[in-house]
Ligand binder design. Structure first.
Ligand SMILES: Nc1ncnc2c1ncn2[C@@H]1O[C@H](COP(=O)(O)OP(=O)(O)OP(=O)(O)O)[C@@H](O)[C@H]1O
Ligand SMILES: [Mg+2]
Length: 252
């Protein structure tokens, strides 16, 4: 866990194209000696129940501690669950929300949502992107992190060409705006060819899954980068702890 913590109202003093961010997961961050630039988009691809939302919670928690403004678009579960996930790390979210340092966007309950920020019809790509852009633009020029959990949910059965075009446009926008972005994808929801096409647009891919270790099914996480061999492709085993989230096992 980070030691660079700032109080809720404290803004980060220096930020710009040279700023660097981390996941907030020991063991995983060790693989990023110089961190991630804020124009990075991360594709997290994993089986259901493997820990994508827990990883997202740690990524947001880390962002809050280092002074970022964090936007969470909830597609699979009500935003309230992410509030509770962050509270499990012993960080109340209310002050951050009041200060607009933490923004929950409800794309789950749709028209029925009582949240301050919501996307009534997220399956409509134009509408989703318009709301996403509007919220990020209103937050202005400051260090931003965004999580969409999970973006594959709203892509559902849409036409693959429309999916790729939509995501290319929004990633282009997010890169230009220097938004450190985590898009979560559930394995198996989209056609392999669509996933392959999507993955080309992300500078960093995080794969999460299960593997057999000494006869037991263990969760693993693996970093992959398409355009350079900067990261090790090693599969790191991890467990999930209620208080600290993902705990990467030491390599023997
Ligand atoms: N606060 C918590 N404390 C302990 N275990 C948790 C906590 N939150 C989630 N888990 C467990 O961690 C595992 C991963 O949960 P998580 O919700 O991150 O999976 P996911 O990959 O997001 O799944 P899905 O695709 O269904 O959204 C689950 O087995 C869940 O029971
Ligand atoms: Mg989840």
């Amino acid at each position: 866990m980070t030691t660079r913590a700032l109080a809720p109202g404290q803004e980060r003093a220096a930020w710009g194209p040279t700023g660097r961010g981390y996941f907030g997961v020991e063991g995983l961050d060790d693989l990023l000696p110089v961190g991630l630039s804020y124009d990075t988009q991360i594709m997290v691809l994993g089986d259901t129940g493997v820990g994508k939302t827990v990883l997202a919670a740690q990524f947001m928690y880390e962002g809050l501690l280092v002074g970022d403004t964090c936007v969470f678009i909830a597609c699979d579960e009500p935003p309230e669950l992410m509030r509770r996930n962050i509270a499990n790390f012993r960080l109340g979210t209310a002050v951050y929300e009041q200060l607009d340092r933490l923004v929950f966007v409800d794309a789950y309950a749709r028209e029925r949502s009582t949240e301050r920020y919501r996307i009534p019809n997220p399956d409509n790509f134009d509408e989703f992107f318009a709301y996403e852009r509007d919220i990020l633009d209103k937050l202005g020029d400051r260090p931003l992190r965004l999580v969409v959990d999970s973006i594959s949910t709203m892509m559902g059965t849409a036409d693959p060409t429309a999916i790729l075009e939509f995501n290319r446009s929004r990633l282009r926008y997010l890169r230009a705006k220097h938004v450190l972005t985590m898009d979560n994808y559930v394995t198996g929801l989209l056609e392999e060819r669509t996933i392959a096409g999507l993955s080309h647009a992300y500078p960093l891919i995080v794969k999460m899954g299960y593997r057999q270790v000494d006869g037991d099914a263990m969760r693993y996480v693996q970093l992959g980068k398409l355009r350079s061999g900067q990261f090790t492709a090693k599969q790191l085993s991890f467990t999930i702890d209620p208080r600290t989230g993902i705990v990467v096992q030491r390599q023997s």
